[in-house]
Design a protein around this ligand. Structure first.
Ligand code: PBG
Length: 331
C-alpha cells in the first residue's frame, strides 16, 4: 500500500462535513455596526471613500436601527458630527449635542433589542481634530482631556448609552470615566476600552466620515504599529482600571495583538474592522479583483478566529443578512 495513511482531506469531503468540523463560527449577535449621525442635514450624505456608508439624519438613523434590530446584530456604535466644532469640543457635552440626541433616539427606537454604544472621544467635536484638548503649546493635554471625558461620560450615560467606547487613548481614561459614572449614579453603564489602538493609515476614510480637520497625527497617544508588548500593557492597564470590554483596533493588521490580548483578558475582547479595512475590500471588489461576499465573510471569520468575541464592522448588516439566510451561522 502506497500513499499517505493520514488524510486530513477526509474532513473536507463534503459541505456537511466541513460545516460539522468548523472550528470558528460567526453569529449575528457578535456583529456591531458603527454608524454616523450628522447634525443639520435633511437627507443622508454618502461618504465617498466608504461606498455604501452614509452620514445619517436622525430619521434615517432610526430606520437603519430598526433594520439592524430585525437582522439580529448585537449592537451599534454611534458617532456624531456636529455643525459647530471648537477647541474643547463643546458640543460633545451639551444635552442637545448631536451624539447625545442620537443616543436618546437610538435607545428609544431599539434600546431593548440592541446594545446602544457611543464613541467617547473629542476628535469629532474639536476644530483641531485631536482626540483631546490642547495645552498652550499645542500638545494634547492628557489630564485636562480626562476632565472632558468625565463630562462626556455623564452626558452620554444620562442620554441612555449602554456602553461607552473610550477611543481617545489618554492615560487613565478608563479609571477617570468609571469614577465619574459611579459618582453620578451610573453604575450600570459599561465601559469599552479601546485598549490597544494603533496609529494607522487605515483610519483615512473615517476622517472624511466625521469631517475631521486634523493636521498632523495622533502618534503621541496612539500606539506605534510595531509594538505588540506595548499594546498588551495598555490592555492590562484598562483591565486593572475596570474596563468591561477591551478592544484591539485596527483588526486585520493586528491579529497577533488580538490573539495575545484574548489569551490574557478576563473580560470580552472585541476588534474593530475600521474604515480603511472596509474601503479596501469594497474597492477591490468593485474592480472585480476579489469576491465581495467571500472577502467580507473571510475577514470577519479571521478576526473571530484570532480571538475576538465580537467584531465592529461596517459590513455588519450585509454579513448578518447572509448569516440569517444560512440559519444563524456561517463556516
Ligand atoms: C476616534 C476614533 C477614530 C475611529 C474610531 N474612533 C479615529 C481615529 O482614531 O483616528 C476610527 C474608526 C474607523 O476608521 O473606522 N474618535
Amino acid at each position: 500500500m502506497n500513499g499517505p495513511v493520514v488524510r486530513p482531506r477526509r474532513l473536507r469531503t463534503s459541505r456537511a462535513m466541513r460545516r460539522l468540523v468548523a472550528e470558528t463560527r460567526v453569529h449575528r449577535a457578535e456583529l456591531i455596526l458603527p454608524m454616523f449621525v450628522r447634525e443639520g442635514i435633511d437627507a443622508p450624505v454618502p461618504i465617498a471613500s466608504m461606498p455604501g456608508v452614509v452620514q445619517h439624519t436622525l430619521d434615517t438613523l432610526r430606520a437603519e436601527l430598526v433594520r439592524a434590530a430585525e437582522l439580529g446584530i448585537g449592537g451599534v456604535m454611534l458617532f456624531g458630527i456636529p455643525q459647530q466644532k471648537d477647541a474643547v469640543g463643546t458640543c460633545a457635552t451639551t444635552e442637545d449635542g448631536i451624539l447625545n440626541v442620537a443616543i436618546r433616539a437610538a435607545v428609544e427606537e431599539v434600546g431593548d433589542a440592541l446594545v446602544v454604544q457611543s464613541d467617547l472621544c473629542l476628535d469629532e467635536f474639536t476644530d483641531h481634530g485631536h482626540c483631546g484638548v490642547l495645552d498652550d503649546r499645542g500638545r494634547v493635554d492628557n489630564d485636562a482631556t480626562l476632565e472632558r471625558y468625565r463630562e462626556m461620560a455623564i452626558v452620554q450615560a444620562a442620554a441612555g448609552s449602554h456602553l461607552l467606547g473610550l477611543s481617545g487613548m489618554m492615560d487613565g481614561q478608563v479609571a477617570a470615566v468609571r469614577d465619574a459614572l459611579d459618582a453620578a449614579g451610573h453604575t450600570d453603564t459599561a465601559v469599552l476600552a479601546y485598549a490597544a489602538k494603533y496609529a494607522s493609515a487605515f483610519y483615512g476614510p473615517f476622517r472624511e466620515a466625521v469631517q475631521s480637520s486634523l493636521s498632523g497625527d495622533r502618534r503621541t497617544y496612539q500606539l506605534d504599529s510595531g509594538n505588540r508588548r506595548e499594546g498588551l500593557r495598555e490592555a492590562d492597564l484598562d483591565l486593572a482600571e475596570g474596563a468591561d470590554v477591551v478592544m484591539v483596533k485596527p483588526a486585520m493588521g493586528y491579529l497577533d495583538v488580538l490573539a495575545a490580548t484574548a489569551a490574557r483578558s478576563t473580560v470580552p475582547v472585541w476588534a474593530y474592522q475600521i474604515s480603511g479595512e472596509y474601503s479596501m475590500i469594497v474597492a477591490a471588489s468593485q474592480n472585480g479583483w476579489i469576491d465581495r461576499e467571500q472577502a467580507v465573510d473571510e475577514s470577519i471569520l479571521g478576526i473571530r478566529r484570532a480571538g475576538a468575541d465580537a467584531v465592529l464592522t461596517y459590513f455588519a448588516l450585509e454579513a448578518a443578512e447572509r448569516l440569517r439566510q444560512a440559519g444563524g451561522t456561517t463556516t
